[in-house]
Design a protein around this ligand. Structure first.
Ligand SMILES: *Cc1c(COP(=O)(O)O)cnc(C)c1O
Length: 402
């Protein structure tokens, strides 16, 4: 039986918000500050800034670093665009690094290969809920004096060497979007131990108003007019989390252990159904890493098959009647470039300086591995029997096509 995600806990908090008449955080925020405190305890970070989306959290985290326009920030080549857009938002330049082909996680060598004198930071994504190898990454980061952002949007409660993902970097960002481990529909938060990063992230997310009852600087009275200024001390957006989001997020956080256990049961089904299935490799295991899968990554073994993930996914759907997810973003990009080449047009849609680009060939390991990566949902609300059928469809497909 699938687990129900929302219930009385969320409803009762939402009722409280509506009855209070205060739906925004404003001066008397209730649920949002309570969520910040609770998630700070849960993630093990001193300062938390709750915001209205995961992308806003990525923006707040990058803004928190206080980089200069034109600074370069290294991003993995195999992650959603929400990771590199926030780098642009800070006036900085994303540079795409190659990954460990087994996990699609940014590799220390990939980072090293992207270093220039303008490189100031790296965004590490704990992709699919697999913890990144933080020791090796920090070795490179320290050598080149890079700030480290941990993107934990897909990685609640994962551990690297016994320490939670999200507690290693200068700052971490999380998403509370519908598909993530816990959700309030849209939402996110920035978590850090550094008061300066917190302050910048806080101002950025709140239209530059640091006094906004977050325990920071009070607005100064204008010496000429004698009128207190509102205090927009920096550039920023209104990325504040609403009380409605906070009410749901707080109730969800109380259920996270229950959700995580349901996910682990689903992973057991996937792994037992696909044990020894021809042509595939189950998720990479490492004794130092405790994953908490957002989706379960499966890779096609290039020694056994030349099928791509897109092809396998299509066979599953057409022949077994059940689709399996695939990771074809780069494949798709390749198609776009192919089309442009065939039509004799020069590439467009990259309104960037010459040296900022992502083209096929730049990160060969990422491209190859992405084309061989399939995913099965591990969401706590998924019906375990449907997951079993998906895994069985994949097994039958592989047995037939190998
Ligand atoms: C979901 C996600 C984000 C952005 O979160 P939204 O809440 O969807 O804006 C950022 N990074 C990664 C790795 C994600 O999976």
């Amino acid at each position: 039986m699938a687990l129900r995600c929302f219930g009385e806990e969320e409803l009762s908090n939402l009722r409280e918000v509506l009855e209070s008449g205060e739906l925004w955080r404003g001066a008397r925020g209730n649920f949002v500050p309570r969520f910040e405190e609770a998630i700070g305890n849960h993630t093990g970070r001193r300062y938390v800034q709750a915001v209205n989306s995961g992308t806003s959290a990525n923006e707040g985290a990058v803004a928190g670093l206080g980089l200069e326009p034109g600074d370069e920030v290294i991003c993995p080549a195999t992650v959603p665009i929400f990771v590199s857009f926030p780098v642009f938002a800070a006036g900085c330049i994303p540079v795409f690094a190659d990954v460990n082909p087994r996990t699609l996680i940014i590799s220390p060598e990939g980072i090293e290969a992207c270093i220039s004198e303008r490189t100031k930071a790296v965004v590490v994504v704990h992709l699919f809920g697999q913890p990144a190898p933080m020791d090796d990454i920090f070795q490179v980061a320290r050598k080149h004096n890079l700030k480290v952002v941990e993107d934990c949007a897909q990685a609640y409660d994962c551990y690297y060497k016994g320490k939670k993902a999200g507690t290693f970097g200068d700052v971490a960002c999380f998403s509370l979007q519908q598909s993530k481990h816990i959700t309030c529909g849209e939402g996110g938060f920035v978590a850090t131990d550094d008061p300066e990063i917190y302050k910048r992230a806080n101002m950025y997310s709140n239209s530059g108003m640091p006094w906004f009852l977050y325990g920071l600087e009070a607005p100064k009275t204008n010496p000429v007019s004698k009128i207190p200024t509102r205090g927009h001390f920096s550039f920023g957006h209104d990325h504040r989390m609403s009380e409605i989001q906070g009410a749901v997020a707080l109730a969800q956080l109380a259920k996270i252990d229950q959700f995580n256990s349901a996910r682990k049961e689903i992973v057991k089904i996937i792994e037992s159904e696909l044990q020894d299935c021809p042509g595939i490799m189950l998720a990479h295991k490492h004794p130092d890493h405790v994953p908490n899968y957002w989706v379960y990554p499966i890779q096609l073994n290039p020694d056994e098959t030349s099928l791509t993930a897109v092809e396998v996914s299509r066979f599953c759907r057409e022949e077994q009647g059940i689709g399996v997810g695939c990771y074809g973003e780069i494949n798709y990009l390749e198609q776009i470039y192919q089309d442009m080449e065939n039509s004799g047009k020069t590439p467009f849609g990259l309104p960037l300086p010459e040296y900022v680009h992502y083209r096929p060939g730049l990160c060969p390991k990422a491209e190859d591995a992405a084309m061989r990566t399939l995913t099965i949902v591990t969401h706590h609300s998924a019906d375990p029997e449907n997951i079993r059928k998906q895994a069985q469809a994949l097994r039958k497909t592989m047995e037939k096509h190998i």
